[in-house]
Each structure stands twice: as structure tokens, then as C-alpha cells.
Design a protein around this ligand. Structure first.
Ligand code: GTP
Ligand code: MG
Length: 510
């Protein structure tokens, strides 16, 4: 009986304890559901970053929508300069990516002076990437920014308005048939040259050539297009000259091989927008208009956003030094040797990475001005970012080694841009939105980094550098001030010459 009673007792207690546990679990479960649904969610931190998945984060908001082609119709945007809506100019761009940007500046100028709506063109990859691929407008420039400056139309709109064909060709320079075919492919349009509108009479070899020598009735100095000696800078910026040169009522024009026909150039200038209350575009001085045009051509918003994020996460301030060293063997030196600029090429091949490092240190005002170092509170480190074509990566690393050895205050930006990009959450944006070229993305971001830097050592004879320089200015106390810039080639050349002289003297002494 006793035994039975104790068994009964044990069973009862086990049931009680089990019930208690079940009730406890139910109560805890209830509270946890309440906590989740009541809006007081506890932030769960991701596992601590290991060295393999760690990359510095930035406060800049990330949004893939900026990488997609904008859906709106560009011709519906209201622009500062309004042009005739029934006559068009398509910029037929040639050469490398930054040469294409110069061709775009010149095309915008001609479109404005001819009062023709600008067709936003397609671009192309650089030949060093392999077969040239067509690049959509939004992957090279900020289309909205351009079209808020000047009346634009998309290629699709142009195609529609012109019934699929262009009826006149304005030659900027001798055009290769290969390029003309690309313009036709890019626009999906063919070129009709009616007798009346024909500026180019025949194809010679693989070139489109002007047969007739136009005369200069107004006595303003200009030369007819495509005289072999004057393929560049042959067209005066004077409005009457431009209108007389391309005098036609044909609506749908191709500006073929628009690289550098105009005498106008951006060198040494500062790009500033037009005043909001300007009156007549015809009254704007040529130089002034050209500077506003340069200001209207910017890199895509997603690119500037990524440059900002990179600077924010890896440098943390705009007080940094940026260097562009453009002089690679497979492209720059090859092109300049072809142009017989042997002396310049010789200088470049004699410059060592140590010469470049010494040139930067000798000429960086910040390092030689103790007050400046102190007041800017950067006495501990000066961040340096070096941009080069991808093939010069080793040379770039050597420059950094010398910089850090020569002056302990100099610091390389810790994470390389390509590594940052490969780990960036942005990565999925360009992959999912079909961007054509990753080298293009890198190059565009590096251009933005140069633009944002406080101190810029640029490359002489590089349109990559030239296209940044006019955009580097600030307004301080109502005055426009150019930010620091210096030619890294000239400075390195001086160091190199001194080194060679010193070595010669040492050799003689021995
Ligand atoms: N990432 C990166 N790429 C560069 C740099 N400089 C040149 N490139 C690349 O080199 C190629 C030439 O580019 P661009 O300089 O724009 O070409 P370009 O229009 O012929 O201009 P220049 O030759 O500089 O007068 C492109 O593939 C660029 O991506 C650089 O500093 N960084
Ligand atoms: Mg080039």
C-alpha cells in the first residue's frame, strides 16, 4: 500500500513539474511574441566582421535605383537653354572615353549656336579593354544634369522624329567609315545625303571627305573642314561662322567625328554654371558659354555617390592629396610615340617611382607649412590617393612605398578602390542593371575622387586629367578660388634631372 502510495506521489509530482515547465514555456513564448509585434524590436548585430569580410562602411545611403536608366522622357525636362524642337544634332563621338567627353562639349556648343536640340549620344569603351562596345548615355554622364542645362532628346525620340534617317552630315574631322557605321548602329538610323544638303561628296578609302573648299565671305579666319593639316581646331567659335559653315534647313544632322574641331578649349578655365537670369543665349560670350557647357557634363549620380561613400569610409575628409599618373606603356606612350613626341616619351621612361614620390613630397604645401598642419588637425597623417590605368598598379605601389619611407606623415588610403568595390553592397547594383564596363566604373569613380581632393597632381597631356581640372574650385567669401593643382610630370622631371646630375657627379668623383 505504502509502495503504491509513493508511486502515486512520484507520478503526481512529475505531472505537476511537466505542467509547470509547459506553462513557463507558454508564458515565455507569449512575451517573446509580444515583444516582436509591439514594435520594440531589439537590434541584432551581425557577427563581428572578420578580416576576410570586413570593409569600412559609410553613412552614405545606398540605392540601386540610381544605377538604372532613368525612365522619364528627357525631352520633357525643362532646360536652362531652350533650342528648336524640330531640328537636331547627333554627336558622333570618337577615340577614348575622355576624348568622347571633349567631343560632347564641342557638340553641345555647335548645337546651341545652330539652335538644334541635342541628341544624347551613346559612348564607347576604350580599345585597351578589347573590342569596342557601345555604352549607353546614363553609364557615362548624368543625363538629367545635362538636359536641365540644354534641350535634349533621346536617341529613340530622335529616331522617331526623323523617321529613322539622318539627312545631313556635318564633318568635324575626316571620318572613318568604321566610325560612321558605329553612329548608324548606335542610332539604328541610316544616313541619307540628299544632293541639296550634301557636305561630303564622296568616300575616299575609308574616309568621308569634303570635296569643296568653302570660302570665308565674312573675312573671319576659319578653314574648311578636313584639310588634313587642320583636322583639329579648324572651326572658329564665332556664331556666324558656325551657322554659315553648317548652313542647311535639313532637320536631322550627324556631327561626324566630333572630337576637337573648335578653337575653344577648356585648358586653364574654370567651369561655372550660367546665371539663372541670363537673357539671350546669343549674347553669352563664347568662352563663358563653353565653361557652362563643361559644367553641364558630369559623371553619373551613382558614380559620385560611390566616390563619396569611398572617401567617407576610407579617408573621412576632403583634406586629401590625389595624384593622376597616366603614362602607361601600352596606350599613352604608344600613342605619343606614334605622334613622334619622342623627347616627352624619353623623359617619362626615365622617371622612377621614387622621383614621383619625391616630387609629391617636395611640392605639397601642406607638408611644408607647420601652421597649416596644426590648424587642420591632421598633423598625424596626410592621406594620398593615386589613380593610374590598371596596368600601372605595380608602379603605383612603388610610389606609395617611397612616399611612406620618405615622410612618415604620408599615409596610403588603406583600402584599394577595386577591393572596396568587390566587397561593396553597391556591387549588386551594376551587376543587376547591366553596366557594360567595370574598368569604366573604376575610371569614373577615380575621376570623382580627384575632383573632390584638396590637392591634385594632374597628368600633363591627358584628357582624363584635363576633364577634371576646370571643375576644381570653391567659392570663398564670394570669390571663386581654384583648388591646388600641379603637373606631376613637370615636377617629377625636375627631380629626375637632379638625380641624374647628382649621379653623374658622384661617378666623376669616383
Ligand atoms: N581606373 C583608371 N583608369 C584609367 C586612369 N587613367 C586612364 N585610365 C584608363 O585608361 C583608358 C584611357 O582612358 P582615357 O584617359 O579616358 O582615354 P582617352 O579619352 O584616350 O584620354 P587620354 O588618353 O588620357 O587623353 C581607359 O580605359 C581608362 O579607363 C586612371 O587613373 N584610373
Ligand atoms: Mg587616349
Amino acid at each position: 500500500m505504502d509502495k503504491n502510495y509513493s508511486l502515486y506521489y512520484i507520478k503526481r509530482n512529475v505531472i505537476r513539474i511537466t505542467l509547470l515547465i509547459v506553462i513557463l514555456c507558454l508564458v515565455l513564448g507569449y512575451f517573446s511574441i509580444m515583444e516582436r509585434t509591439s514594435g520594440t524590436i531589439r537590434v541584432v548585430f551581425p557577427p563581428a566582421a572578420t578580416s576576410s569580410n570586413m570593409y569600412p562602411s559609410s553613412k552614405i545611403k545606398i540605392n540601386c535605383s540610381t544605377w538604372r536608366k532613368p525612365l522619364h522622357n528627357v525631352s520633357a525636362l525643362s532646360s536652362q537653354i531652350t533650342l528648336a524642337p524640330d531640328r537636331f544634332l547627333y554627336p558622333g563621338l570618337i577615340f577614348g572615353p575622355n576624348n568622347q567627353i571633349i567631343g560632347l562639349f564641342q557638340s553641345i556648343y555647335v548645337a546651341i549656336r545652330l539652335n538644334r536640340t541635342l541628341v544624347v549620344p551613346r559612348f564607347g569603351t576604350h580599345y585597351t579593354e578589347g573590342e569596342i562596345q557601345s555604352v549607353p548615355d546614363y553609364q557615362r554622364i548624368d543625363v538629367d544634369h545635362l538636359c536641365s542645362f540644354v534641350s535634349c532628346i533621346s536617341i529613340e525620340g530622335f529616331h522617331k522624329k526623323c523617321n529613322g534617317s539622318m539627312d545631313v552630315v556635318f564633318q568635324a574631322m575626316l571620318s572613318k567609315m568604321r566610325d560612321v557605321k558605329k553612329f548608324q548602329r548606335d542610332t539604328k538610323m541610316h544616313i541619307i545625303m540628299n544632293e541639296e544638303y550634301k557636305l561630303s561628296d564622296y568616300f575616299v578609302g575609308n574616309s568621308l571627305q569634303s570635296s569643296e573648299k568653302r570660302t570665308n565671305k565674312a573675312n573671319i579666319p576659319f578653314y574648311p573642314c578636313c584639310n588634313n593639316k587642320t583636322s583639329f581646331n579648324w572651326l572658329s567659335s564665332n556664331q556666324q561662322v558656325i551657322r554659315r559653315t553648317f548652313n542647311t534647313t535639313a532637320s536631322c544632322a550627324l556631327f561626324a567625328s566630333a572630337y576637337q574641331p573648335l578653337t575653344l578649349m577648356s585648358k586653364g578655365q574654370i567651369a561655372i554654371p550660367l546665371d539663372k537670369n541670363y537673357t539671350k543665349v546669343r549674347q553669352i560670350k563664347d568662352d563663358r558659354l563653353y565653361m557652362a557647357i563643361i559644367n553641364s557634363v558630369r559623371r553619373p549620380k551613382c558614380i559620385t555617390q560611390l566616390a563619396d561613400a569611398y572617401i567617407d569610409a576610407n579617408i573621412g575628409t576632403d583634406e586629401f592629396v590625389a595624384v593622376h599618373w597616366r603614362y602607361d606603356t601600352d596606350d599613352w606612350l604608344r600613342v605619343f610615340r606614334n605622334q613622334k613626341k619622342y623627347e616627352l616619351c624619353e623623359v617619362i621612361t626615365n622617371i622612377t617611382s621614387e622621383d614621383v614620390a619625391r616630387a609629391i613630397i617636395n611640392n605639397l604645401p601642406l607638408l611644408h607649412d607647420k601652421n597649416a598642419m596644426h590648424s587642420r588637425n591632421i598633423s598625424a597623417a596626410v592621406s594620398v590617393y593615386i589613380a593610374t590605368p590598371p596596368s600601372l598598379k605595380e608602379f603605383k605601389l612603388e610610389i606609395f612605398d617611397h612616399l611612406e619611407n620618405l615622410d612618415s606623415r604620408i599615409k596610403k588610403v588603406p583600402l584599394d578602390l577595386d577591393v572596396y568595390l568587390s566587397k561593396s553592397v553597391f556591387n549588386k547594383c551594376w551587376n543587376s542593371t547591366g553596366w557594360v564596363s567595370l574598368p569604366d566604373i573604376l575610371s569614373l569613380i577615380e575621376m570623382e575622387i580627384m575632383r573632390k581632393s584638396k590637392y591634385f597632381f594632374y597628368s600633363y597631356e591627358s584628357t582624363w586629367s584635363d576633364n577634371i581640372r576646370p571643375l576644381r574650385w570653391t567659392r570663398s567669401e564670394g570669390k571663386i578660388q581654384r583648388l591646388f593643382e600641379a603637373s606631376i610630370l613637370d615636377l617629377s622631371k625636375t627631380v629626375m634631372k637632379k638625380r641624374i646630375k647628382r649621379n653623374r657627379l658622384l661617378h666623376l668623383k669616383k
